[in-house]
Design a protein around this ligand. Structure first.
Ligand SMILES: [Zn+2]
Length: 286
């Protein structure tokens, strides 16, 4: 009995995947179902959209362990990347070192611009791959900071740092500003960066939006996931993020993920690193 159930269950799923194969799916689409009523017509359309959605689901499952071979410059892995994130994105997660698109983009940018050698570095929410990369560049000093994570050098609230003014040549802040009061954090980051020093910032950004979307009424994990894309985010930056970064006095430049690096290293097309330079003779903060 159990075996019969298992066999029938298996044949059911095989039938589903058989129907979802590209050739069979085209045949299925050509089937003309009788349209006896408007209600019946909509049910038929819904059935087709559900099946089409299942087709893309099956494709995502097939690509869960990667489709194209890539390279991870952080750990020299060559092979297929895994999927990651919500919504789930295929081909982005290095199975060897856990690097994501943004970490590999920072590596590419550093290869061209040499951010870290001989510099004093402050790194917020330090990612293991980036931490390893920075220490390999022989910085003058390297300090990690986080408010909650274990294993960092300093417990710091990025909105109210206990660090002296003009302390670091380079400050790294990847995917932190969308979690906190960004105006307070950027002002603090400016304060602790040395004159002519550099803030390296990354965050999710909707380039098609002129203004950053914030809404203090949208609190709680479900609301924040719906409105800001993650259960602990408090905004989606629009392209005014550049003005927000520049507000304390930073001069904002950008490094963009372009080909041939995107395909080779599995980067997000058009993703930005914001390179915020503090002037050599900064204006006094109010
Ligand atoms: Zn890797």
């Amino acid at each position: 009995m159990v075996q019969t159930y298992r066999q029938s269950s298996l044949s059911f799923y095989l039938t589903i995947f058989d129907v979802l194969s590209p050739r069979k799916f085209q045949m299925f689409k050509r089937i003309k179902l009788p349209c006896r009523s408007q209600h019946y017509h909509w049910r038929t359309l819904m059935l087709r959209t559900y099946i089409r959605s299942l087709k893309f689901l099956s494709r995502s499952v097939r690509y869960a362990f990667g489709k194209f071979p890539r390279e991870c410059p952080l750990c020299n892995y060559h092979g297929k990347f895994l999927g990651y994130g919500y919504p789930y994105v295929c081909d982005v997660y290095c199975p060897q070192c856990g690097s994501l698109e943004r970490h590999r983009l920072l590596y590419i940018a550093d290869q061209q611009k040499d951010f870290f050698t001989g510099k004093t570095i402050l790194h917020f929410a330090p990612e293991p791959g980036v931490r390893k990369m920075v220490t390999q560049r022989a910085p003058k000093s390297y300090v990690t900071a986080d408010l909650f994570a274990e294993g960092v050098d300093r417990k710091e609230n990025i909105e109210a740092l206990t660090i002296e003014d003009n302390s670091f040549d380079v400050v790294i802040c990847l995917h932190v500003l969308e979690h906190v009061d960004d105006r307070a954090a950027i002002s603090e980051l400016y304060r602790v960066t040395k004159p002519n020093g550099l803030l390296i910032a990354m965050f999710p950004i909707i380039e098609g939006w002129q203004e950053t979307y914030e809404n203090v009424e949208k609190t709680g994990p479900e609301n924040q996931l719906l409105h800001f894309g993650q259960h602990d985010h408090v905004r989606f930056f629009g392209n005014d993020a550049r003005q927000r970064l520049a507000s304390p006095g930073f001069m904002v430049d950008e490094f963009t993920a372009v080909e041939p690096f995107v395909s080779r290293y599995g980067l997000m097309r058009g993703e930005k690193i914001f390179l915020c330079r503090k002037p050599a003779e900064p204006a006094q903060l109010p």
